[in-house]
Design a binder for this molecule. Structure first.
Ligand code: S3P
Length: 449
């Protein structure tokens, strides 16, 4: 198991408003895929807007360990010398993917097609997360992957004789599973086809097309055939809507806020958070909609507005799956109850996000009832304040950032423990927050679990 990061707590002063322009770091999902496809392409790919967070850097380090040359990243700029689909080399050691589920699940598929064996390890959280969801269909394709008896990391991906395409209907709506199978499909004989029970993020499909790889989409199904090639290209990665989400919520709940988040990725498979917040009464305008490297982007202007609780439509859940910690804070500051259903996946993210949010919100005086597949949050009221207090992020980056926003509506400071993993997706979060009106004091070496 990989080392745990040094402990870090946030102390966030109560009250305030969010104002100004802010560009949050590059999209995490797209950054992972950019490195993977650039490494497997023929030629040099220049990437800008790359997320220099621990998760995407873990993916980059994995490819460097497999012989891929890359220059950077420096201020989001990265140049990757592609080695072609068959040019990776056996790494000398296990690939340590830290906290990153996306790295581990996507790499499982990609590595299943290599002629060498690899060991994949991660931190305590990643080592608890279910990997059977990729191992099972990849095994059907002919992959040989060893895991713990519970289907968890460490994983050993052994060379397969030959992968064969399958027609797979995913039991869970997961972009990671879909992407893992598509990456294995690049190495498979015949056609690999994946069907999803609900729409999930389609960055892999878009990026494969950007690298010139033929791919077919038919309704809920995406298909590709092995044996093609990826051609290097230039990629500009938009700001991550999942990181912008904290500020969308913060500016909505803090009276007097007027914030513009620039160049945010607005892929229709990711904008559940905007749809849900608007359903709650949020004032979010999309300005300067445009396209950037095959992905829609825009600036998001958000002004504070009284929020009301809603029953979150289940079809929005996969489109906002990473935004529930932030949405729970919005619900806590709304008039009336908010109901989340059909979101059992939240229990197997970087933490059990249903339980961890319920525990923290209860500390802040909010009435929350966790359920197996969601929760009911009794909003304190659109003009009411939350209590301050000490909450635990359990090493989950998105929990930490969500509770930082809650301080905007608290009567006294909120201390958040175990925040070091904010670095996985949003390096510089405390400075970015301070720059728009939410000062966060970081305490290193505090008494984290
Ligand atoms: C991701 C897909 C989602 C998401 C994760 C990133 C991706 O996971 O929660 O943060 O980049 O494909 P699932 O596919 O497991 O829902």
């Amino acid at each position: 198991m990989a080392d745990t990061p040094p402990s870090l707590s946030f102390e966030v002063a109560p009250g305030g408003a969010l104002r100004g322009p802010l560009q949050v770091p590059g999209d995490k999902s797209i950054s992972h895929r950019a490195v993977m496809l650039a490494a497997l392409a023929e030629g040099e790919t220049a990437i800008s807007g790359f997320l220099e967070g621990a998760d995407s850097l873990a993916t980059l380090a994995a490819f460097r360990a497999m012989g891929v040359q890359a220059e950077g990243p420096e201020q989001g700029r990265l140049r990757v010398q592609g080695v072609g689909l068959h040019g990776l080399q056996a790494p000398a050691d296990a690939l340590d993917l830290g906290n990153s589920g996306t790295s581990m699940r996507l790499l499982c598929g990609l590595l299943a097609g290599q002629s060498f064996a690899t060991t994949l390890i991660g931190d305590a959280s990643l080592s608890r997360r279910p990997m059977g969801r990729v191992i099972e269909p990849l095994t059907q394709m002919g992959a040989r992957i060893e895991a713990t008896p519970e289907g968890r990391a460490p994983l050993r991906v052994l060379p397969a004789k030959q992968l064969s395409g399958i027609d797979y209907r995913m039991p869970v709506a997961s972009a990671q599973v879909k992407s893992s199978l598509l990456l294995a499909g690049l190495y498979a004989q015949g056609e690999t086809s994946v069907r999803e029970p609900a729409v999930t993020r389609d960055h892999t499909e878009r990026m494969l097309q950007a690298f010139g790889y033929p791919l077919r989409r038919e309704g809920d199904r995406v298909c590709l055939s092995g044996g093609g090639r990826l051609h290097a290209t230039a990629l500009r990665i938009p700001a991550d809507i999942s990181s912008a989400a904290f500020f969308l919520v913060g500016a909505s709940i803090a009276p007097g806020s007027d914030l513009t988040l620039t160049e945010v990725g607005l892929n229709p498979t990711r904008i559940g958070v905007i749809n849900i917040l608007r359903g709650m009464g949020a004032d979010i305008a999309i300005e300067r909609p445009r396209e950037l490297g095959g992905e829609p982007v825009g600036d998001l202007r958000v002004r504070s507005a009284p929020l009301r609780g809603i029953a979150i439509p289940e079809d929005q859940v996969p489109l906002a799956i990473d935004e529930f910690p932030a949405l729970c804070v919005a619900a806590a500051c709304a008039d009336g109850p908010t109901l989340v259903r059909g979101a059992a996946e939240l229990r197997v993210k970087e933490s059990d996000r249903i339980q961890v949010m319920a525990d923290g919100l209860s500390t802040l005086g909010v009435d929350v009832e966790p359920q197996p597949d969601g929760m009911r949050i009794e909003g304190a009221g659109a003009a009411a304040q939350l209590d301050g207090g000490t909450v635990d992020a359990y090493g989950d980056h998105r929990i930490a950032m969500a509770f930082a926003m809650a301080a905007l509506r608290a009567t006294s400071p909120i201390v958040i423990r175990d925040c070091a993993n904010v670095e996985t997706s949003f390096p510089g979060f405390a400075a970015a927050s301070a720059g728009v009106g939410l000062p966060i004091t970081e305490q290193r070496g505090a008494t984290d679990a």
